[in-house]
Design a protein around this ligand. Sequence first.
Ligand SMILES: [Cu+2]
Length: 460
Amino acid sequence: MMEDRSKPDGSSRIAFAFGPLAAGVLGVMALVVALVTGMGKSDGAGGATVAANAEPKTVEVSLAEFAVTPAKIQVPAGTDLTIHVMNMGTMAHDLAVEGGEPRVPMLNPGEMADLHVGVVSKTTQAWCTVPGHKQLGMVLTIEVGGSSGTEVAAAAPTGTDQAVAPGGATIDPNGKPGPDWKPFDPTLQPAPGGTEHKVELHATEVQKEVAPGVTQEVWTFNGQSPGPTLRGKVGDVFTVTLYNDGKFGHSIDFHASQTNMDQDMRTIQPGESLVYQFRAEYSGIWMYHCGTAPILHHIGNGMFGAVIIDPPDLAPVDHEYLFVQSDMYFGPNGQPGDLTKMMTAQPDAVVFNGYYNQYKFAPITGIQPGERVRIWVLDAGPSDISSFHIVGTIFDTVYKEGAYLLQRGNALSGGSQALDLMPAQGGFVELQFAKPGMYVMVTHRFADASRGGLGVFQIG
Ligand SMILES: [Cu+2]
């Protein structure tokens, strides 16, 4: 043991170092033995009152991705229960009894703490409060019953039966964006000069309006979703410093790079930083995203963005835009998205650049008929597809996943009506608007257009 951080309220958190062998042994101990031991009558812990005749017991449980082991403990009514909690996982976890208290602090891998539940009189639950971890199965049932105090060997939790309350925030169908809302500027800036790009990204969780009447805790890079766009040319070197300014572990995965995931893409805890350097070897529009488990939750909550590496000899155009499509699964207002919904891939909203019907509320203007327009599209998912189309136009140039499907001026080329993208795919289209007036852009997967995947170009 390296350190004993006893706290005045009687709870303690102990950090200990152990090698892989010891970790394995401890893990097996936690799984197989799951100790139930009688301990001293009064441990002086704060919280619940200890009845004079309460039988004290200490039960050992371990936390890992994504389970509490054992998943169920059984104690006789009236037991003065203490849970010895060990984090045997590779991420930070905690454990809080239903209602939020009592709880143990966030434990880093290898740390342990005692959770004094107090006298238990009815069946209750405790779970890890890191968003998404409960839904993935990190729930402990404390069952009151029997008289022996024996532990029930628990089956592995499935996760899917630990559904959160149904529902979540709902969009006001006749609503408008709130007074503080600002549309996400879809204008794409040209690549900055030079061949080396230094970028700072800060992982943060922020409150953000994402639809009329819906504010979510959006997980972001630099407070925005999609995150900042990085742009350069083949051969350029990007040196990205990722700072974790958030509450939870986060990481970053650049699809534009080729590297090992255990180093550059490792999860860093709040307060930590890492440097991720890569040389762009291929052109294209590349997704980047947080890769911390559960990845579905981190992407679904907004942690994605685009890296654009211009193809050689990219022709100049009059206007260039970027639309990142993503699917959203609302939690209650002010909360992160609902991981259980994400696992069913039935979104509440499908959005361009992070807001429901964003460019219907704030149409894109400033384009004249006949001007060349290039539109980059990235499907960030996490799960939905895209069929990008602009009503009343034909694309004369289409570039998808590193290759031109069509190129203007090629006498053998026809035209294109939609750019189809799977999650994590991207490309661009080029077009000219024929006449002044209104042109609607959609994902032609119309169920998604009706869920917010729609915008307007006001031409002329
Ligand atoms: Cu993350």
